[in-house]
Write a protein that binds this ligand. Structure first.
Ligand code: ADP
Length: 257
């Protein structure tokens, strides 16, 4: 794969007790910088703003009110990017930040502007780090609707910039025939060629405290990649160096495509 989008979930970046997983962020910076060295174009879609914001503010729980959650996201996003900047700098890799909303892709002009920005960043060897703009988009934070999550965002970005591979890192080894946290007998499915109603029937919601999507949103992302003739690999982000194995073609996680 030449152009790769990597999506990291909150569960990879923030420990269950709320502490920031600096080791994972450092590994990610190392892997992505190494990929750039091998002439791969990499876009990082990173969740974690709220988790990092809670940590930064010394809070244990998400505030209930939406404006307060947006404030935490704004605080956390700044902190998260400063951590990324520091870690990527160790590997002499420059980064840029793109905060997007779904509607941007609906309007031809803003859509084109975003694509131009991606191309200009990649052409200059800068790694774009993308997140949903929580100041504008509230839905991701709304537990009722669960719309506009970063799983979708990463697939929308990947298909729009013609990435051939979306690597989705989560807190689970791949896609199972049932939620492994609820069913100890659930088995990992190494290859899914098509995503249909039967596949969705195997997917459950999120198991983690900070995670928002669960498997349904990951399947939707996979479906989007497959429709665009791309591939998606769902793998465990506990050790982001797993990306080296993925790029070497080793069978890890679940390959969609
Ligand atoms: P992230 O924060 O990485 O986006 P989520 O917590 O949103 O992660 O989603 C991953 C979780 O989805 C897993 O930890 C697991 O509890 C749950 N899950 C539900 N159904 C499945 C399934 N069929 N296979 C794997 N995980 C599943």
């Amino acid at each position: 794969a030449k152009r790769v989008v990597i999506k990291v979930g909150t569960s990879t970046l923030v420990y269950p007790d709320g502490a920031i997983n600096l080791r994972a962020i450092d590994q990610l910076a190392f892997v992505v910088s190494a990929m750039r060295h091998h002439h791969r174009e990499v876009v990082l879609v990173s969740s974690g703003a709220i988790g990092v914001g809670l940590n930064y503010m010394g809070l244990k729980q998400r505030p209930k009110a939406i404006p307060e959650q947006q404030a935490i996201a704004a605080i956390g996003q700044a902190e998260l990017l400063s951590i990324y900047k520091e870690r990527f700098a160790i590997y002499e890799q420059k980064i840029g930040q793109l905060l997007l909303t779904r509607d941007i892709f609906v309007y031809p002009k803003s859509h084109q502007n975003v694509l131009n920005t991606f191309e200009a960043l990649l052409a200059q060897d800068v790694v774009p780090i993308v997140n949903e703009n929580d100041t504008v988009a509230v839905d991701e934070l709304d537990h009722e609707t669960k719309f506009g999550d970063n799983d979708q965002l990463s697939a929308i970005v990947a298909t729009n910039i013609d990435a051939d591979l979306l690597i989705m890192l989560s807190d689970i080894d791949g896609f199972y025939d049932g939620n492994p946290h609820a069913d100890a007998k659930a088995k990992l499915l190494p290859h899914i060629a098509t995503v249909d109603a039967q596949t969705y029937a195997l997917a459950g919601g999120s198991g983690s405290r900070f995670g928002t999507g669960g498997m349904v949103t990951k399947l939707k992302a996979a479906e989007r990649m497959l429709k665009a003739n791309g591939q998606m690999i769902l793998a465990n982000g506990a050790d982001p160096a797993i990306i080296f194995q993925i790029l070497a073609g080793e069978p890890v996680g679940t390959l969609f495509g």
